[in-house]
Design a protein around this ligand. Structure first.
Ligand code: ATP
Length: 442
């Protein structure tokens, strides 16, 4: 199916996954709000990531603050280098990333549909200038240069500066990792493609500290683990690939880097980066802070600066990826059925319960079933409209199971359970619904 991103954006709004930020004021560019279904999906993604990272012996969790000492960003190189080259159109005042002009359109309504590269060829653009992507603000009541702080553009630095605190408090020994989920902010020049490039987003990052000589072994290990995480949660294998950064394009701190890319409706795009960052970050922070960040190995009595293998995924970008990948349209009895085929671990709502008709006590039974199921997972009660319509509404948000109470329930206490993808129905006793679902959903 040739999927248009607009279908996803509109479904996301209609069914409460994602709304434009401050919509009643015309929206705020590059910012989005997660609605009732969206926040469930996002939490489920983050939960799965958190479990896969920290339910292991060698990785600890962390939640560092968004605002950090400004020197952090000098040491990391962000103050000097976290820039994108920007050009302005002298005519329509639109702003473009100089390295993305080929993919951009002219901003003037007078030339609707015209490629920006044409305007460039006509000499309408300024020379490229470097634009720093960090949001600046002030700490405390005085707004001067000594009180400037930044909204973090990545979560990683909070991990680097805390690694000795984590190691000593949790008695971790190298190799070990630190995982963190949190918001990051980048004043992107061009936001586009829905949640793909936004100004406020969430990252899921894990930094793994190793002996220098072990770096490539763990880089390969995490590369495979991270791809497996996406496919285990149902992303289609043929839509995923590794994209290796060629040696001459590596960031100055990296020894090796690879992106996990997904084939979006607008082309291949990065969803996660796995990087061998060497000892660059710790060396920089040691130098700028004047504090030793070397690791002391008790067993060998060696002191050394660990190398770091980083896995850096966008939670928001993953959210969009899972949403797009799950979207499926088919024809059923002459009607279009849109269904989000989420992995059951990610589905925002796990089960819906319906009385077939609103009489003979069916509603009460369905309510009781819903309340009981809610003790274990998100369950939804619905008695509005024809039952076929109710199934479709659940398909559209990706609910894996629907339970229906009907007249036979009144006779023998059985209900039907319908599975989302196959649409097959079975009858089981009311008392075994929970066990049946617990088994299926896990
Ligand atoms: P890109 O080249 O797409 O700008 P990047 O290489 O700068 O991304 P990283 O700094 O490696 O990205 O960030 C790690 C992850 O954070 C990315 O793989 C992506 O999932 C997410 N991410 C980065 N920037 C954004 C953004 N503006 N909006 C949403 N997610 C983002």
């Amino acid at each position: 199916m040739n999927l248009n991103l607009d279908i996803i954006v509109s479904l996301a709004k209609r069914r409460g996954f994602v709304f434009q930020s401050s919509e009643i004021y015309g929206g705020l560019n590059g910012c989005w709000d997660y609605g009732p279904m969206g926040v469930e999906l996002l939490n489920n993604i983050k939960n799965e990531w958190w479990k896969s990272m920290t339910y292991r012996e060698d990785v600890e969790g962390l939640d560092a603050s968004i605002l950090m000492h400004p020197k952090v960003w000098e040491a990391s190189g962000h103050v000097a280098n976290f820039t994108d080259p920007m050009v302005d159109c002298k005519e329509c005042k639109a702003r473009f990333r100089a390295d993305q002009i080929e993919d951009s359109m002219c901003g003037s309504p007078a030339y609707k549909g015209r490629k920006a590269s044409k305007c460039q060829a006509e000499g309408k653009f300024t020379e490229p200038r470097n634009f720093n992507l960090m949001f600046k603000t002030f700490l405390g009541s005085v707004e001067d240069s000594s009180s400037v702080v930044y909204l973090r553009p990545e979560t990683a630095q909070g991990i680097f500066v805390n690694y000795l605190n984590v190691a000593s408090s949790s008695r971790q020994k190298i190799p070990f990792g630190i995982a963190q989920i949190g918001k990051a902010f980048r004043n992107e020049i061009n936001t586009k493609n829905f949640l793909f490039r936004t100004r406020e987003f969430e990252q899921m990052e894990m930094q793994y500290f190793v002996k220098p000589e072990d770096d490539m072994r763990y880089y390969e290990f995490w590369k495979e683990e991270r791809m497996k995480w996406f496919t285990d949660l149902g992303l289609k294998k043929e839509k995923l690939r590794f994209s290796l950064h060629p040696e001459d394009k590596l960031a100055h701190y990296a020894r090796a880097a690879v992106d996990i890319e997904y084939e979006f409706p607008f082309g291949w795009g990065e969803i996660e980066g796995i990087h061998n960052r060497t000892n660059f970050d710790l060396t920089q922070h040691q130098q700028f802070s004047g504090k030793s960040l070397e690791y002391f190995d008790d067993s060998t009595k060696e002191k050394f600066m660990p190398f770091i293998i980083e896995t850096s995924a966008g939670a928001s970008r993953s959210f969009m990826t899972f949403l797009i990948d799950a979207y499926h349209e088919e024809e059923v009895k002459g009607e279009k059925r849109s269904v989000l085929k989420f992995h059951s671990k990610l589905a925002p709502m796990k089960v819906a319960v319906f009385p077939l008709v609103n009489r003979d006590g069916m509603q009460e039974i369905a309510h009781n079933i819903t309340e009981d199921l809610r003790k274990s997972f998100r369950a939804f009660y619905d008695d509005k409209g024809a039952v076929g319509r109710r199934y479709r509404r659940q398909d559209e948000i990706g609910t894996p199971y629907c339970v229906t109470v009907d007249s036979q329930t009144l006779e023998d206490e059985t209900v039907t359970i319908r599975e989302r993808d196959s649409m097959e129905q079975i009858r089981i006793n009311m008392n075994s619904i929970k066990n049946y679902l617990l088994e299926k959903l896990n």
